[in-house]
Design a protein around this ligand. Structure first.
Ligand code: WA2
Length: 268
């Protein structure tokens, strides 16, 4: 009888954890699909029209009106690739100088990725060189080499919330799917991306589900299996004896591995 009670509880844990993992994974997937479409929008209207048929006001308006398509993203933006030789003319044309993510004038670099279009919710990254932040920079380099969507490890976003950044490359010319890395890098025009505000938006998502009170949910980046990184939730003390269930998550970047661990909240 006791075993039957335990297994009923475990069954509940498994089904509640799977429900949450599938819901989170689905909301990631729809958000990423829509950012993919935004990258194509920038390629089409900024690069394939002469002169460009896109500006900050249009980008801000379109991204505000379609934000419901990206439920886990706090905002999206477009950072243009600027090589050092073009910096002066870029700054003159824009009427502002490229700044670092610490809001200082950017020192000389081989190249920069200043934000030229942003959703109003992340307007604070306008004009900032996204290559000046370690996580953003790694994402930019990995996305343009692969031609695919990439995610950072979890880190404190500029909003001060824990989250991850998503980046899609935008190329000047249409590239064949088997293009070489050098060709991809050479054809790179910029980077369309956004911030997954995991800390506040996942909290919101989980709050709406039945059983939220009794369940403790953690999400980890387990890309390096021996060093799991907390992506959502609070650190559970090591050696916690209460039963847990682990659900795997696929957020669409094959380089990164994630999973969700669920436990029942200890009764007082
Ligand atoms: N967006 C919003 N908040 C952030 C952030 C970011 N990156 N990085 C740290 N806090 C325009 O990959 C290109 C967005 C970066 C895209």
């Amino acid at each position: 009888f006791r075993n039957a009670v335990i297994s009923k509880a475990e069954e509940g844990l498994v089904s509640m954890c799977e429900e949450r993992a599938r819901m989170l994974q689905d909301q990631f997937a729809v958000s990423i699909n829509h950012v993919h479409a935004l990258a194509i929008l920038v390629a089409t209207f900024h690069y394939e029209k002469h002169p460009p048929a896109l500006d900050q006001d249009t980008f801000a308006d379109y991204t505000a009106r379609t934000s419901f398509e990206r439920p886990l993203l706090s905002g999206v933006a477009y950072a243009q690739r600027v090589v050092h030789a073009d910096r002066e003319s870029f700054e003159r044309q824009q009427g502002w100088i490229i700044k670092t993510m610490k809001h200082e004038p950017s020192p000389v670099q081989d190249e920069y990725a200043p934000v030229i279009y942003s959703q109003e919710t992340v307007s604070y990254i306008e004009g900032l060189d996204m290559m000046s932040g370690e996580e953003d920079r790694e994402n930019i380099l990995r996305s343009r080499a692969s031609g695919k969507a990439v995610l950072t490890r979890p880190f404190r976003l500029m909003s001060n919330h824990l989250g991850v950044v998503l980046t899609f490359p935008v190329y000047r010319d249409d590239l064949p799917p088997d293009a070489k890395v050098e060709d991809r890098v050479a054809a790179t025009a910029g980077y369309l991306g956004g911030a997954f505000d995991v800390e506040s938006l996942v909290e919101n998502l989980l709050r709406q589900l039945a059983g939220n009170q009794e369940l403790v949910v953690n999400v980890y980046d387990v890309t390096n299996n021996s060093n799991p990184l907390v992506m959502y939730g609070s650190e559970v003390p090591l050696g916690n004896p209460s039963p847990s269930h682990t659900s795997t998550l696929d957020f669409g970047d094959p380089y990164r591995k994630h999973h969700m661990i669920c436990r029942y909240r200890n009764k007082p």
